[in-house]
Design a protein around this ligand. Structure first.
Ligand code: ZN
Length: 499
């Protein structure tokens, strides 16, 4: 995802996207990507409107009931976190995809809905949802090889993003449609067969967050643990992800057992560690109360906005032993820090709770598949595969997909990860100017990832690639070898290793 309101600067802005997380469903998506080394097929977008969304799919690929399906996914997400938010369903199952949106408020987030209610205010543009048929096309458009989906806010104000999204930019809602200008857009791959719903659920959580979460810095840990953790956990909570233990709990447990701490979560475990925290907190507090911990005022505003009878709201907070669910209590919460909020609403002491969670994880048994998942992430295998895909042979590509599927299914062993590693280290077999073009298109992504994993100094070697290309325009082999060396050397995270 992409969230420019985050306080921690460009790194957070760039890294807070989705989803290396989807490596676990990525086997399915990779499977739809076709040839190992063909440029994404060009296609035209066809657009559809549902009440809350402008939906874009490749022309001729739409499916029946797509609009209602998207509205219903969003309703699932908002009902899970903010049950009072979804006021009505405006689409019947028989509705066609093309729906006029004049009367729509159902899926607009409260802040946008509030703008509608104020006389003279403009009508918010709907959020755009782009459904990609393959991960190749999505990554090409986003020019980011670490993602399978992304949430973008206020894209119009980011020239760099506009440039890389030139293929979709003409479809985005016009700037100036509303103030504050929503211009929210979501990019998801795996449409129409596999994977897209899980990713869309994840991105919808970000949509809900950007319009409703006010106190992002409340968690006394990295704020992205909260943002990505909530999104990743929701995939599982709503039944769009499998094997929570193997994909989430066990890798985090393995890391804790080797000295990991929640106040220093490495990038490669951000999603599972965040998902685990969200899941564990939601085990002691209802999701809506969880949300209110990070946005009591927004929650209170929502209650007021829709004139809800407090008794109807599915929020129960125990204050001094009494069950309360009243906006004013959330206003009281707003004055407190996170630990005090948690203690007031649940009686739970944060430090003790976190200590107990870590202690439990130290005792948690980790299966071979859990260790393989950990190692898959630490070695950044999925990203490295995406970066090197253009130079792999068909046989290598297919074998890699089979291993990905084993990881996704939660049945891999660390020897599978070793085998994937060996495949990535094989000499390239595709040598052509086209392949060099494909690799060169990946340079910004490679540079970002190398900076994250190995630091600024290592980025030097990426910068040298372009001069290498200029010096040897007729020798793609040298460029390809240098590119592969960087991928296999500078993108592996330090950390405990699985023996
Ligand atoms: Zn995300």
């Amino acid at each position: 995802m992409y969230l420019p309101v985050l306080p921690s600067g460009s790194r957070a802005r760039r890294r807070s996207h989705s989803l290396l997380w989807i490596v676990f469903i990525a086997a399915l998506i990779f499977g739809s990507s076709g040839s190992a080394h063909a440029l994404p097929e060009p296609f035209e977008w066809a657009s559809y409107r549902s009440p809350g969304f402008a939906v874009y799919v490749p022309s001729g690929m739409s499916i029946d009931g797509l609009g209602p399906m998207i509205e219903s996914l969003y309703a699932e997400v908002s009902q899970f976190w903010l049950p009072s938010l979804v006021l009505c369903q405006q689409l019947s199952p028989d509705d066609q995809i093309l729906v006029p949106c004049e009367s729509a408020v159902a899926t607009q987030a409260p802040i946008l809905a509030a703008a509608r209610r104020n006389p003279g205010s403009c009508v918010p543009a709907p959020s755009s949802v782009f459904l990609y048929p393959s991960i190749d096309a999505l990554q090409w458009d986003l020019r980011d090889y670490s993602v399978g989906g992304r949430f973008c806010g206020s894209i119009a104000f980011d020239p760099e993003m506009m440039h890389t999204l030139s293929r979709v930019a003409s479809h985005l809602p016009e700037s100036g449609a509303c103030s504050p200008d929503p211009l929210l857009s979501i990019y998801v791959c795996g449409f129409p067969d596999e994977g897209w719903k899980s990713i869309l659920v994840h991105e919808f959580v970000h949509l809900l967050q950007i319009t409703n979460l006010t106190d992002l810095d409340m968690l006394p840990l990295d704020a992205r643990l909260l943002l990505e953790g909530m999104a990743a956990y929701t995939e599982y909570a709503l039944g769009y992800g499998d094997d929570f233990d193997v994909h989430v709990t066990e890798p985090v447990a393995y890391w804790i057992q080797h000295g990991g701490r929640f106040d220093a979560v490495p990038e490669y475990l951000l999603y599972p560690a965040g998902a685990l925290l969200a899941a564990e907190l939601c085990a002691v507090i209802e999701p809506a109360s969880f949300w209110a911990l990070f946005s009591p005022i927004a929650y209170g505003c929502m209650l007021d906005l829709f004139d809800y009878d407090a008794a109807d709201v599915a929020v129960h907070a125990s204050v001094d032993g009494a069950l309360v669910s009243d906006a004013s209590d959330w206003q009281i919460l707003a004055a407190l820090d996170f630990s005090a909020r948690l203690e007031r609403t649940t009686g739970v002491c944060w430090d003790e709770w976190l200590g107990r969670l870590a202690a439990d994880l130290r005792e948690h048994s980790v299966s071979p598949a859990g260790m393989a998942t950990f190692e898959w992430k630490r070695r950044n295998v999925a990203l490295r595969f995406r970066l090197l895909a253009p130079v792999l042979s068909e046989a290598t590509y297919d074998e890699f997909l089979a291993i990905s599927e084993r990881v996704a299914a939660g049945i891999a062993h660390v020897t599978d990860v070793d085998r994937a590693e060996a495949l990535l280290a094989l000499p390239a077999v595709q040598f052509s100017a086209d392949v060099v073009d494909e690799l060169a298109w990946r340079i910004p992504s490679l540079e970002n990832e190398v900076r994250d994993v190995s630091g600024e100094a290592a980025v030097q070697s990426v910068s040298l690639l372009s001069s290498l290309r200029q010096r040897n325009p007729d020798d793609p082999a040298a460029y390809i070898a240098a590119f592969a060396e960087i991928v296999n050397r500078d993108l592996v995270w330090a950390g405990p290793t699985v023996p």
